[in-house]
Write a protein that binds this ligand. Structure first.
Ligand SMILES: Cc1cc2nc3c(=O)[nH]c(=O)nc-3n(C[C@H](O)[C@H](O)[C@H](O)COP(=O)(O)OP(=O)(O)OC[C@H]3O[C@@H](n4cnc5c(N)ncnc54)[C@H](O)[C@@H]3O)c2cc1C
Length: 287
């Protein structure tokens, strides 16, 4: 199919883009998701606002306590960034699972977050890292935690007149030993995850867990944190018994669907298994 007719605008600044956004317009970034949606007429906007010429939306900046990534930054550039490799290894690992070289060359960090697929890797990693997003409109800017931003399948807290401009990843400089790990199961490498798990663990010098974050994707309407498990691990030294008891909290905290790829029960079991691997690897990799 071909898209329904639309007007096309290619602003060169954020301010100009903001004057073009309303209920009847849609942003296009890398187009990896939107172009098929337009072609299938799942999206029928009056105007497409192309943000690819807005240089100020691209870049990865070290601000000391946080790394700020412009939403127009290509996934391939994040994957290749030495700064991301050093300070945000979980994000690098997550992006290595997103699609293929060709899709990552065009696909943007912001496009993945704004689309909010429940199985997408970038929102999942952002949730495990307690990231925040910046949204801009002609009325001003606001900063929202990723937890408040992600609402449900392809639903976010972004208003139609808002542009997602940046993602803020804290770097946890005051934590002693931090380990992260990302695991996923998909039918083929590059497919959306059937289930994915992202873990971030902080330990003190004596090996006691000071903080635990476990986020799961593909098992609910949006990426979810398993707070009961996190609470059980915090303040404890990791042991097999403790981990098994904590993993038992997962099943009641997720609501996976069933489809031609996997049943609900199978997804639950895979979620527990990937969570175990992610937590163990994060614990072993803590440096
Ligand atoms: C073959 C193939 C395999 C893929 N595999 C995966 C995968 O394994 N995991 C995965 O997560 N994704 C996968 N994708 C999806 C894709 O690659 C991107 O990760 C992403 O979903 C879209 O990013 P984009 O920049 O292309 O956004 P676009 O397609 O341009 O836009 C996507 C949505 O986000 C909105 N949007 C984009 N930028 C902004 C912004 N700055 N502010 C407000 N709204 C914005 C658009 O309006 C649109 O609704 C795959 C795609 C293909 C074609």
């Amino acid at each position: 199919m071909k898209p329904a007719p639309f007007d096309y605008a290619a602003p060169t600044s954020i301010d100009e883009a903001l004057t073009l956004l309303d209920d009847d317009s849609i942003v296009i970034a890398g187009g990896q998701t939107l172009v098929p949606m337009l072609a299938m007429r799942m999206a029928r906007p009056d105007r497409v606002v192309d943000i690819n010429n807005i240089a100020e939306l691209s870049g990865i900046e070290d601000k000391g306590t946080e790394i700020v990534i412009g939403t127009g930054t290509r996934q391939a550039d994040v994957l290749a960034s030495p700064l991301v490799a050093e300070k945000l290894p979980l994000l690098k690992q997550a992006i290595s699972f997103v699609g293929h070289t060709q899709t990552r060359n065009r696909g943007t960090v912001g496009g993945s977050l704004a689309h909010a697929d429940p199985a997408a890797e970038i929102p999942l990693a952002a949730l495990a890292m307690d990231a925040e997003v910046s949204l801009a409109s002609t009325g001003g800017h606001r900063r929202v935690s990723i937890d408040d931003f992600l609402i449900g399948p392809m639903m976010t807290a972004r208003e139609p007149e808002e542009l997602l401009v940046a993602v803020h990843f804290p770097v946890f400089a005051d934590a002693t030993h931090v380990g992260t790990s990302f695991h996923e199961m998909s039918e083929r490498h590059g497919d959306f995850a059937m289930v994915a798990a992202a873990a971030r663990m902080h330990f003190d010098i004596g090996g006691v867990c000071q903080f635990a974050a476990l986020a799961l994707g593909g098992v609910d309407g949006r990426a979810v944190r398993i707070s009961a498990l996190e609470t059980m691990l915090t303040g404890q030294r990791l042991s097999d018994d403790l981990l098994q008891a904590a993993l038992a909290e997962i099943s009641g905290a997720i609501d996976p669907g069933s489809d031609q790829h996997a049943s609900t029960d199978y997804r639950r079991r895979v979620a527990v298994s990937l969570a175990e691997r992610a937590i163990k690897d994060a614990g072993e990799g803590a440096a």
